[in-house]
Write a protein that binds this ligand. Structure first.
Ligand SMILES: Cc1cc2nc3c(=O)[nH]c(=O)nc-3n(C[C@H](O)[C@H](O)[C@H](O)COP(=O)(O)OP(=O)(O)OC[C@H]3O[C@@H](n4cnc5c(N)ncnc54)[C@H](O)[C@@H]3O)c2cc1C
Length: 240
């Protein structure tokens, strides 16, 4: 009898061609950090063994939806190779990955692929950082802040919910939370209003597709940060 395994579709076939590393993660615990933010702890299934983890490093997790598996990017939190353990923090909304996380219990398993994540801190060190994101990119932002020690940094974060502002940020000062109304333009406006000449800074942006594009432009045009000193990546797609 053939087993009806959920399919990864063409994305899975392409990743196989690239010989991407495949692992099985097992849920070991969960912690509701705020009403819309959940940390899930995993046995990493060997994913971290012999691997150099870089700031903002992410993996592709395969979330089941009927007979299909959908790939979504998630950032490594507290990676501990010796303990073979890692956490993933989920900004909750209505989506396949989000729903999986909300029902995940110890013993549940999920596949993960390691391919495509690359980032290195700029060398020589920039005069400072301008970092812009939301709760989906908060895990990446915290890993970036941890890795730049006490380098000057201004962090702009979009809050979609009142208690997002209570989420832990790896900096005590220089953090500006901006309430998200509809499509994220409030964040763009606040970043623009704070503009100054920052041509010797590094810019890092990750939010929804439209906001990321708009903020990256503000960093180039209003902050004068050179294109090559900006890392901008859409972390999720706004619905049309
Ligand atoms: C490199 C990378 C790293 C990432 N790391 C993390 C991480 O550590 N933690 C994390 O929470 N997310 C992270 N994300 C974002 C996450 O992959 C997306 O939010 C993803 O779309 C969630 O999948 P889903 O199946 O829940 O929702 P989808 O099926 O993709 O979308 C369903 C609906 O929800 C909306 N939506 C999707 N994401 C969000 C959101 N964040 N906020 C509000 N509405 C949303 C969509 O517009 C759509 O209407 C990362 C993305 C990338 C590219």
């Amino acid at each position: 009898m053939t087993e009806n395994k959920p399919s990864r579709g063409w994305q899975g076939a392409v990743l196989k061609l690239f010989r991407a590393g495949d692992y099985q993660l097992t849920v070991t615990g969960r912690e509701q950090i705020s009403t819309h933010y959940l940390r899930v702890s995993f046995d990493a299934g060997g994913l971290l063994a012999g691997r150099c983890v870089h700031p903002t490093m992410w993996i592709r997790m395969w979330f089941p939806d009927g007979a299909k598996l959908h790939q979504r990017g998630y950032t490594l939190v507290n990676p501990d190779a010796a303990a073979d353990a890692v956490d993933i923090e989920f900004a909750l909304h209505d989506g396949i990955a989000s729903r999986w996380a909300q029902t995940a219990r110890p013993g549940d398993t999920i596949s993960a692929t390691v391919l495509g994540s690359s980032f290195a801190l700029p060398r020589p060190a920039p005069a400072g950082y301008v970092i812009v994101g939301d709760t989906a990119s908060l895990p990446a932002i915290n890993s970036l802040l941890d890795s730049i020690d006490d380098s000057p940094a201004t962090v702009f974060l979009s809050a979609a919910h009142d208690d997002d502002r209570t989420l832990p940020v790896a900096r005590d000062t220089g953090v500006v939370w901006v309430d998200r109304g509809g499509s994220g333009e409030e964040l763009v406006e606040v970043v623009r209003a704070a503009a100054h000449n920052a041509e010797d800074h590094f810019g890092w942006v990750a939010s929804d597709n439209r906001t990321t594009r708009a903020v990256a432009r503000v960093l180039r045009e209003n902050y004068r940060i050179p294109r090559g000193a900006i890392k901008a990546q859409a972390y999720w797609a706004q619905s049309a």
